[in-house]
Design a protein around this ligand. Structure first.
Ligand SMILES: NC(=O)c1ccc[n+]([C@@H]2O[C@H](COP(=O)([O-])OP(=O)(O)OC[C@H]3O[C@@H](n4cnc5c(N)ncnc54)[C@H](OP(=O)(O)O)[C@@H]3O)[C@@H](O)[C@H]2O)c1
Length: 375
């Protein structure tokens, strides 16, 4: 059982100093926990270091008092990450806006709002003989999507990478991307599992007005371009939907969607259709593995199992008969292409994935421990 794992790798060995952006987030908190257990000194960035309630779970982590520092940084403030990154050997950039109610396709802009759909200019840094010049490529989105999702994701990633460039000691940057950068397309052979060579379609995301995948695609592409131009050793991790315990009691957007499903709500998961799932501990371990493994390079899909939402709820209903899991007939058939993920690249590094049972067992146990009820 996951909760009994308190001592794992080389706990007494100091492994160097790393920065984790957005350290109080769902995924990042678990990454900080694993990094501390592995012997790293962690400099975490948060938007509000004074918010003791929001950060309490980080200070309770084993090793936090000795080897955790929290510093203030905001993706939308130029140079904000300079201090956090300076002196670190590696950076894990996880901070990025995740979903949020208005990016939910069910909350698509009204026809009136669509009048204001604008050509959004994505700033990409292009190398010129005399330095760097801003050029643009366009994507179509609403002003809300631009301000709340695309800007922090894309400009924020470049902001972090510019700070990385200033640190001569830096060995690697690990960027948390998403399997959404791989699977949102309608032009592939469903008999061939999608792998890291696949890129989601920007045009399809715009047409469907799904801003979160769009933000992750454009942020990762901008990161690759910047890293290539500036000699930064970048590796990206592409997790599917993350399942598992939340260290913070306040649940992030995806964890509260899961709680909703376990309480009988079908709306969020109805839209998800077919989806890959991954244990939160595996996501953290995969980040650390590709950081430490000298031969790691490029993109890494990180997903244990892909399931249709009807198969997911059938599994959940059987495994947790006391929970009000929604019936399969509450889910519409979405007519999206069938896909699987080929995760052999990560497995080649020796990685093994936890199964769907362990993901949800740990998630349900943790929600119960935190006092959430399911009725
Ligand atoms: N959850 C999933 O299923 C999943 C799957 C694939 C990939 N991912 C990726 O994993 C990463 C973490 O996601 P999560 O699920 O852990 O969500 P989360 O708990 O909402 O974490 C997002 C983090 O980003 C930070 N952030 C947002 N806007 C910021 C800004 N302007 N400046 C500084 N920090 C900002 C948030 O800081 P505050 O706490 O201050 O708001 C928070 O720490 C994201 O890159 C996400 O795309 C998640």
């Amino acid at each position: 059982m996951l909760f009994s794992v308190t001592k794992t790798m080389d706990q007494d060995m100091f492994k160097g100093k790393v920065c984790v952006t957005g350290a109080s987030g769902y995924l990042a908190s678990w990454l900080v926990k694993r990094l501390l257990l592995s012997g790293y000194h962690v400099k975490g960035t948060v938007r509000d270091p004074g918010n003791q309630k929001k950060l309490a779970h980080l200070w309770q982590l084993e090793g936090a008092k000795e080897r955790l520092e929290l510093v203030k940084a905001d993706l939308m403030e130029d140079g904000s990450f300079d201090d956090a990154v300076m002196g670190c050997d590696g950076v894990f950039h996880t901070a990025s806006p995740v979903l949020g109610p208005k990016s939910d396709p069910k909350a698509r802009p009204s026809p009136l709002t669509c009048i204001y759909v604008l050509d959004y200019c994505i700033i990409l840094l292009m190398k010129k003989p005399n330095g760097f010049k801003i050029s643009t490529s366009s994507a179509h989105c609403t002003p809300h999507a631009r301000l709340e999702i695309l800007d922090p994701a894309i400009k924020g990633t470049l902001n972090v990478l510019r700070s990385c460039k200033k640190n001569p000691l830096l060995t690697r940057v690990i960027l948390t991307s998403s399997s959404a950068t791989v699977r949102v397309r309608d032009d592939f052979d469903p008999n061939v599992p999608l792998d890291e060579s696949s890129w989601s379609s920007v045009e399809l995301c715009e047409r469907l007005q799904i801003w979160y995948p769009l933000s992750k695609i454009l942020a990762e592409k901008a990161a690759w371009e910047f890293a290539r131009e500036n000699g930064i050793r970048l590796i990206t991790i592409l997790p599917s939907f993350v399942i598992g315990p939340s260290l913070a009691r306040d649940l992030c957007s995806t964890a509260s969607d899961v709680l909703g499903l376990l309480r009988g709500a079908s709306d969020k998961f109805s839209w998800h259709g077919r989806m890959g799932y991954i244990h939160i501990d595996d996501v953290a371990l995969a980040h650390i593995l590709v950081y430490e493994e000298v031969n790691a390079q490029g993109r890494y899909l990180c997903s244990s199992r892909v399931l249709d939402n009807t198969d997911l709820v059938s599994f959940l209903a059987k495994r947790y008969p006391s929970l009000p899991i929604p019936n399969t007939n509450r889910f519409d058939r979405l007519h999206r292409p069938y896909y699987e993920f080929n995760t052999s690249k990560l497995k080649t590094l020796g990685f093994t994935f936890k199964g769907i049972e362990e993901m949800f067992d740990d998630c349900v146990a943790s929600l119960k421990d935190q006092g959430y009820n399911f009725v």
